[in-house]
Design a protein around this ligand. Structure first.
Ligand code: F0G
Length: 379
């Protein structure tokens, strides 16, 4: 294969990942996602803020989970594991199922009955996972996964698996490479709290290495590829963790039972990476905040309609928070802000169709005149 062809984040970032030299890499060419500047949001332009959207929905299974899964499954296979298991609100199960299929091993996924988006369920089904629906939520599933892994030969690939967070930290590297520096603020939805922790690890490593030499990490060229850059990351962003109001344990300062939100991906009350996420926010002098389902859905629609980017509801939480904090002046004029859009909108078409309020124009023939009238009436 052409050496300049992108072959996934383990090849790209091998030198900063805990991957043994000669192990078989399980990859779907994840990572290298676009960092799109939001050009059309008035709230941002008026205040001279540069707001970038890291569209993680463009990973192979449509969410950021693939970054962690390539590393976790590569490690599991290299340890001889024949089966992986996870609890999931949907995206982890889709990603685990795909990478297990790729590796030729079994995936078991525990999902909350009736509370995962249809696209995610379809993915797990198509990739051949064994799907166990429980009469409980994600937190119940997580407890059961930890218990069952003590007694059955299965490797856990939830973000309590440290290899997951190692893979996910690469998003911070990509952002610093793209901007040539760290952003001032990084806004991110928080559910199980692994991703905010992983990003903080990435940014902290970059700052500690005082201008990490990415040429070194690029293991597949002779110094001539598109990835050559030496990002200067002498600063770290403030980490802003945003939650849905009905599932906001970090706002309550403690775990909650019975979380509820339309953003089913982050319908979590007992985040597993509690301490890491608290540390990320505290060390970066950032903050947590939470927003109503209505606010989150309005932002999802705003991004689709104004920027052409269709993300899932949980993902829109990051931009909901950013716009709120820009409006309030908590994010000062002139700042560089990155929002992670964690998953693709196509994961959850039901919610999108329900909330879009788009009337379909029905014409009861297939004639040019009727179509022309419909267009002229709506110009
Ligand atoms: N956004 C999306 C689309 C997610 O799927 C998740 C987590 C998050 C945000 C929150 O990330 O857990 O690292 O704080 N989804 C997990 C799952 C829980 O099972 O798919 P986090």
């Amino acid at each position: 294969m052409n050496k300049k062809h992108y072959t996934g984040l383990i090849d790209r970032y091998r030198s900063i990942l805990p991957i043994a030299e000669n192990c078989k890499v399980i990859s779907l060419c994840e990572g290298d996602t676009p960092l799109v500047q939001a050009n059309n949001l008035e709230q941002v332009n008026q205040r001279d803020i540069k707001l970038y959207l890291k569209f993680e929905g463009l990973n192979p299974t449509g969410s950021f989970k693939d970054r962690g899964m390539t590393v976790a499954v590569t490690q599991a296979v290299s340890e001889g594991s024949r089966a992986i298991i996870c609890a999931s609100t949907g995206n982890t199960s889709a990603s685990a199922a795909a990478y297990a299929a790729r590796a030729g091993i079994k995936a078991f996924v525990l999902i909350p009955d009736g509370k995962i988006a249809m696209g995610k369920l379809a993915q797990a089904m198509m990739h051949g996972a064994t799907i166990i629906q429980i009469c409980g939520n994600f937190d119940d599933g997580m407890r059961l996964v930890k218990e069952v892994a003590e007694e059955a030969p299965v490797s856990i690939v939830n973000s309590i698996n440290p290899y997951r967070l190692q893979g996910q930290k690469t998003a911070a590297y990509e952002i610093v490479e793209a901007l040539g520096r760290a952003p001032d603020f990084h806004c991110i939805p928080v559910g199980n709290a692994g991703n905010i922790s992983a990003h903080w690890t990435g940014y902290s490593e970059l700052a500690a290495s005082d201008g990490h030499n990415v040429t070194e990490a690029c293991g597949f060229c002779n110094g001539e590829c598109q990835f050559i850059s030496t990002p200067i990351a002498t600063t770290k962003p403030k980490m802003l963790g945003y939650q849905a109001a009905g599932a906001a344990p970090f706002m309550h300062g403690k775990a909650i039972d019975n979380p509820e939100t339309v953003a089913t991906a982050i319908r979590i009350g007992h985040p597993q990476s509690w301490d890491y996420a608290q540390a990320a926010v505290k060390e970066s002098t950032g903050w947590f905040n939470s927003f109503s389902d209505e606010q989150i859905l309005a932002t999802q629609k705003l991004l689709s309609a104004k920027e052409g980017i269709f993300c899932e509801p949980a993902s829109a939480t990051s931009v909901t928070g950013a716009l709120h904090d820009i409006e309030k002046g908590n994010i000062p004029n002139g700042s560089i802000v990155v929002c992670t859009l964690t998953g693709h909108g196509l994961k959850d078409p039901d919610i999108a169709i329900k909330q879009s309020n788009t009337e379909l124009i029905n014409i009861d023939d297939a004639q040019l005149d009727s179509v022309k009238r419909a267009i002229l009436d709506n110009l």
